[in-house]
Design a protein around this ligand. Structure first.
Ligand code: G6P
Length: 607
């Protein structure tokens, strides 16, 4: 989704803005623009990538030290220069960039028409610039008053950075339901949609809450509430290091992040284990003991972590689990048990539907836990409890390392819940933890030994138009992720099916050489999946399998990928590695922009 960068300080803003925007490219965008305070405010925009904008301004002398930049992911109005941000009010008094959607923009346009305003773009954002201008001129009480009145008047979601012609040395920030952080360094103040944009310059940040505003001067930031009163905030340190947001010699972020998995899995495991015991800081066993039902809610890959966790939690702790997609949950009117425990899983902590689901769950009285990667993100701040995954910044649009660390947190949650519910003995508890601790080495083993083979098979499969992933139970849950990964980065149509369900329709799509990826790790039911694969093979399907070596599938499989053995619950962590590699190499072979696949955004901050 849209990316925002603002800078006000001592250095040339243009370099900081373009560099920051390039760090936000992963969010997905289709046009780009900047506004810099020179003598007047100068605006430059381009359709397409940041290089197009760079080309346009290469001969310009831009020395201003205050400016705003934006990468736009089109919602209202096609991707074009006209619709690209920054947008400007009719007489140039207000210039701004915006992430989010203004839902009542039509009504506001009509209101502003009556006051003589005209509109040049198809966006909902332009109305914000004119509405702020309208209140600024009507009440003549300065920027904070105009911004606050606008916040009260608009419906929807927004993070904005605003420049006022009459306040040339200030940037103004406001937000509701869209991400925004403020950075501080000795060289100036920064505003950004996400940490990687400013990590090169500072790791000192402030979090601005919904319906708050901030004024970024050259050497300080002042926060305001909706009454216009000044509020005090403490800065926080972010401990991500800058190298984790760089490619470091890898061709793409996706493959770099795939290879980071053993390290980040290990970090995440150790952050929750002390002396062979799981330590969740603020959630104690008494709290877990009370849980009557767990509801896991998330989007995309995070939802697939939820599906995996659902199987494990129910089997291990005998607590009933529901798993739902956040955009469904929020409008479902869900039924809660007395002590309902809702877990929201999210890498970014900003996904609009997941955030709305969290708020819905809280409204209905459930206790909420966030499993989140980005420290201080909205979901992390609003949930009752938070468990952080330590994946570090994830840049590739298709998640890999965040997914793997989310699995780890959910395994640990399942084990701790089972112990609290007295469903497992101390010895079993210890054995499960011991086995989890072996996962970093086992994932590393796959990366050290299977990459070349998978690259080869990736090349072979890259010409197909359809693929199917099948498995049962946890193998089905992880098949969902394999299939999504393939779709996202290769544009090959693919579907994941519960193996037993294949006969109820999908098998009619199997033709000569259709690739079918069979996932076989669950020993008690593997024979059933093999039977399904035999059915597929006899209809011409090309069978690729992922399994531990001890399960013999040589008679069925056209191509076998082997993974190390682990305890039945933890296979998703090992299976997902070849699945990610396969998608990656197929994508490379097809010449797709792996890190930024078309139409996708890393952080989906609108509905
Ligand atoms: C987007 C990303 C996915 C991600 C999903 C949920 O679709 O491309 O990789 O799984 O959003 O994002 P979240 O930040 O909530 O985990």
């Amino acid at each position: 989704m849209c990316g925002i960068v603002g800078f006000n300080g001592k250095n040339k803003a243009v370099d900081i803005l373009l560099d920051g925007l390039s760090k936000l490219e992963y969010r997905g965008y289709d046009s780009v623009g900047i506004a810099i305070k020179e003598k007047d405010i100068e605006i430059y925009k381009a359709k397409g990538k940041i290089v197009n904008l760079k080309e346009k301004i290469k001969d310009k002398e831009l020395n201003g030290t205050c400016g705003i930049g934006h990468t736009r992911w089109a919602t209202h109005g096609e991707p074009s220069e006209k619709n690209a941000h920054p947008h400007i009010s009719n007489d140039g008094n207000v210039t701004l960039v915006h992430n989010g959607i203004i839902e009542n923009y039509q009504e506001l346009i009509e209101k502003l028409h009556k006051h003589g305003y005209t509109f040049y773009s198809d966006t909902d954002t332009e109305v914000l610039a004119n509405l702020i201008d309208y209140y600024y001129k009507k009440y003549k009480m300065g920027p904070i008053d105009a911004i606050n009145r606008t916040m009260v008047r608009v419906r929807g979601s927004y993070a904005i950075v605003v420049m006022f012609k009459e306040y040339p040395d200030e940037l103004w920030v406001a937000k509701k339901d869209s991400p925004m952080i403020i950075g501080e360094s000795k060289d100036g103040m920064y505003a950004a949609s996400d940490v990687p944009a400013i990590l090169k310059y500072t790791n000192t940040v402030y979090y601005i809450n919904d319906m708050e505003a901030a004024c970024l001067k050259k050497n300080k930031v002042v926060f305001y509430d909706l009454n216009g009163d000044v509020i005090k905030k403490e800065s926080k340190k972010i401990d991500w290091d800058i190298s984790s947001a760089e490619k470091e010699g890898y061709e793409h972020f996706m493959i770099k992040e795939i290879h980071e998995q053993p390290g980040v899995i290990e970090k995440t495991i150790h952050s929750f284990i002390n002396d062979n015991k799981i330590v969740f800081n603020n959630i104690d066993r008494d709290e877990l003991k009370k849980i009557d039902e767990v509801y896991i809610v998330a989007c995309g890959s995070a939802y697939h972590v939820g599906v995996c966790a659902g199987y494990i939690i129910e089997d291990l702790s005998r607590v009933s689990v529901k798993v739902d997609i956040a955009s469904e949950f929020r409008y479902r009117n869900p039924i809660f048990r007395k002590n309902e425990f809702v877990i929201i899983i999210s890498q970014s902590g900003e996904t609009a539907d997941s955030l709305a689901a969290l708020r819905e769950a809280k409204k209905m009285g459930a206790k909420t836990l966030a499993v989140v990667n980005v420290v201080g993100s909205s979901i992390a701040r609003e949930a009752d409890y938070v468990l952080y995954t330590l994946a570090g910044p994830e840049i590739a649009v298709a998640t890999t390392k965040a997914f793997s660390t989310q699995l780890i947190v959910m395994y640990l949650f399942a084990i701790e819940l089972s112990r609290a519910k007295k469903q497992i003995k101390a010895t079993e508890y210890k054995e499960l933890i011991e086995e989890i601790k072996l996962l970093p080495d086992k994932t590393k083993y796959i990366l050290d030994n299977e990459v070349k083979n998978i690259q080869k098979i990736g090349d072979k499969l890259s010409t197909f138009q359809d693929a199917f992933y099948i498995g049962r139970r946890l193998d089905y849950a992880i098949a969902l992720e394999g299939s999504l990964k393939l779709k996202e980065v290769s544009y090959i149509h693919s579907e994941a099916y519960a193996a037993g369900e294949l006969k109820h329709g999908t098998i009619s799509l199997i033709e000569e050489n259709t690739p079918v990826i069979g996932i076989i790790s669950q020993e008690d039911i593997y024979e059933k999946t093999i039977s399904n694969l035999v059915e597929v093979k006899s209809r011409g399907g090309y069978i690729l399998t992922i399994s531990p070596k001890k399960i013999d599938i040589s008679k069925v499989s056209n191509y076998e990928i082997h993974i190390p053995e682990t305890y039945k619950y933890f296979y998703p962590s090992l299976i997902v590695i070849p699945l990610q590699l396969l998608s990656y190499y197929i994508s490379v072979s097809r010449g797709v922009d792996v890190d930024k696949p078309r139409n996708l955004a890393k952080s989906v901050t609108v509905e």
